[in-house]
Structure formats: C-alpha cells, structure tokens
Design a protein around this ligand. Structure first.
Ligand SMILES: Nc1nc2c(ncn2[C@@H]2O[C@H](COP(=O)(O)OP(=O)(O)O)[C@@H](O)[C@H]2O)c(=O)[nH]1
Ligand SMILES: [Mg+2]
Length: 322
C-alpha cells in the first residue's frame, strides 16, 4: 500500500486536511488508514481523551463547546469528535455554530469533526478509537469525544476515552433512569448540567448517594458529582478540575495497564471483524452453511462442522507452509 506518503507528510507537517482525510479513511474502512497510523503510531498516547456522554438534550454539545474554550485559554490544543448514532447530520445546529466559531477565530489549535455511525464501515467503537488515534498522533493535547449515551454507545465511549464524563440534567434524564441505563457505571465524573434549573440540587444529592452506595468501602476513584451550567458558562472550571484529578489519579495508578487493555480490546474487535469478513466473503462459509442446513442439519451441527473444517484448513495451511 503506497497511497499515503503524501498524506503522511502533510499529517506530520500539521496540515488539518490530512487528519480529516485520515478520519474519513477510518470511517470508510480504507486500508490506507492502517498504513498511515502505523507510520505515526509512536506519537499516539500523548493526548488526554475525554469522553462526554449522556442522554440527548442534557447539554453535551454546549458543554463540549465550553470545555474546548476553557482548554484553549490554557493554551491546550483540542480535537473534538462528535459521534451521533441517531442522526447522520451529527451534532446538528450546535456543531454548525462551532464550526462557524472555528472559522471565525481561525484557531489553529482546535479541530472539530462529526462522525455519523450509520453507514460507517465497522463498529462505532472502532471508528471512534481510530479517529481519536488520528487526532492524538496529529498532536492535539486534549481530545473531546461526544457520544449520545444510549444503549451500546456509552460502552463505546469507554473504549475511546481516558476519562468519561456522564452529563445529566434535572427533569427528563432522571438519576434513577441513568442508573438503569448503566450510565453511572461508566462515569469517571458526573456532571449535572442545567444546574440553575429546579431539581438540580435533588439530582446532585441522589447521584452522590448512588455513587456512595456503589463505591463505599472500596479503595478506588470516587466519582465526583459536579454542578455546571453550560449555557451560562458556570462550573466549567470545576468540571475541568475534576477531569484533571481523575487524570492524576490514573497516572498515579495503572494508566499504562488500562490503556494496554483497551488496545487489546481493539485488536480483538478488529481481528474479529477481519475473520468474519474473510469467512463470509472469501471463505465461502455462507454457501457451505446453506448447503448443510438444506441437508436437514441443525444450526449447532452446522457450526460444529464448519468450525472443524476451519481448524482442519488452518492446520493444513500451516503444515503446507513448513
Ligand atoms: N437551561 C439550560 N439549558 C441548557 C444548558 N446547557 C445546554 N442547554 C440547552 O439544552 C439544549 C440541548 O443542548 P445540547 O448541547 O444540544 O444537548 P446534547 O443533546 O446533550 O448535545 C439546548 O437548547 C441548549 O441550549 C444549561 O446549562 N441550562
Ligand atoms: Mg449534542
């Protein structure tokens, strides 16, 4: 594969067009992504990755905007990834505003990218991690990933982020509902946004209690609950401070080990994808499975037969290679 030296050059020079191209390759399952990331992989690991998740309407996009602004005043460079599994026009109007903001300020230290999961090649986890790796290697200090916390998405954000911030707000996305949805489990920091609205204090208390019950007696990171009001720009510094405390906590504990496990999970996912692709397209398993089913065999029988055939072929190839 020799199609990327030019892009690799541009990438290393800090041309944002090159990081955009890299992410598109990742989204489309273009093999040039693998070549590029291999070239720049020694640079991956510098950035701190902040995942922002929570129910729709909680104020995630508004918060991401405020966090990015605050990080920029600290001279930190920021890559933003907005992943929206529900809408192909990810991020909607707010993202549009941000892009306009970026154009207006011509701020070289910020890059904003939206990614739709529908139609993306491979899983959302993989493309999210790939996009983060690309932004990380490109040299951003901080990467902020916004995903809607529904269903699988909150686990996807865990695989991509070092610190997961779960954003809730009084009213619609109740604390109890969040617990049911498994959002509390993935939270390193809980942000109660729209804290100026009635019900916020109650939600904060409920969440603190829930965290306490879950983590009491365990010598582990105690998920802080931070009040903020993204629309007013309040509490943003507290939120960033909480993220920084979590970062220090991980650095003092086993950051490398945690990151290695996430890498391993990525290898696992991508290898699974590869194997499945190979079997069902190149390996002709579909045809063989159909034939076996037509002969009246049960699905488990068919699986057993195909699996032993696979192992036999593998052994055969290995011996042939000797
Ligand atoms: N009252 C109030 N509204 C907010 C606050 N932050 C965001 N919003 C509003 O909540 C709505 C959803 O915000 P958005 O950032 O798009 O939420 P997302 O779906 O989680 O990304 C928008 O109308 C925002 O203006 C806040 O702190 N207080
Ligand atoms: Mg949003």
């Amino acid at each position: 594969m020799n199609a990327s030296p030019d892009i690799t050059e541009r990438f290393k020079r800090g041309d944002k067009g090159a990081v955009a191209r890299a992410i598109s390759w990742a989204e489309n399952g273009d093999p040039r992504f693998a070549t590029l990331i291999a070239d720049v992989y020694s640079k991956v690991g510098h950035a701190w990755r902040i995942g922002i998740t929570g129910p729709p309407g909680a104020g995630k996009s508004t918060l991401v905007n405020e966090i990015a602004k605050a990080l920029r005043t600290r001279e930190r460079t920021v890559g933003i990834l907005a992943v929206d599994p529900s809408s192909p026009l990810s991020g909607g109007a707010l993202l549009g505003d941000r892009i306009r903001m970026e154009e207006r300020t011509l701020d070289k230290g910020i890059y904003i990218r939206s990614m739709a999961s529908r139609g993306s090649h491979g899983g959302l986890s993989r493309t999210t991690v790939d996009a983060c790796d690309a932004m990380d290697a490109f040299g951003f200090d901080e990467i902020v990933v916004e995903t809607v916390g529904v269903g699988q998405a909150e686990y996807d954000v865990v695989s991509a982020a070092d610190t997961v911030v779960v954003v809730l707000c009084p009213g619609a996305g109740d604390g109890v509902q969040a617990m049911k949805a498994g959002l509390l489990e993935v939270a390193d920091v809980l942000a109660v946004n729209k804290a100026e609205l009635p019900g916020a204090d109650r939600l904060i208390m409920d969440l603190e209690e829930a965290v306490h019950i879950r983590l009491a007696g365990k010598s582990t990171w105690m998920t802080p609950v931070v009040a903020c009001s993204a629309a007013r720009g309040d509490g943003i510094e507290d939120l960033i401070a909480a993220v920084e405390r979590h970062r220090e906590h991980l650095k003092a504990h086993d950051l490398d080990g945690i990151r290695r496990e996430k890498r391993l999970a990525q290898v696992h996912r991508v290898l699974d994808e590869r194997i499945a692709e190979h079997l069902w397209s190149g390996g002709g398993f579909g045809e063989r499975a159909r034939a076996l089913l037509d002969s009246g065999r049960s699905p488990y029988d068919v699986v057993a037969e195909l699996f032993s055939a696979l192992l036999a072929e593998h052994r055969h190839q290995k011996n042939g290679a000797k």
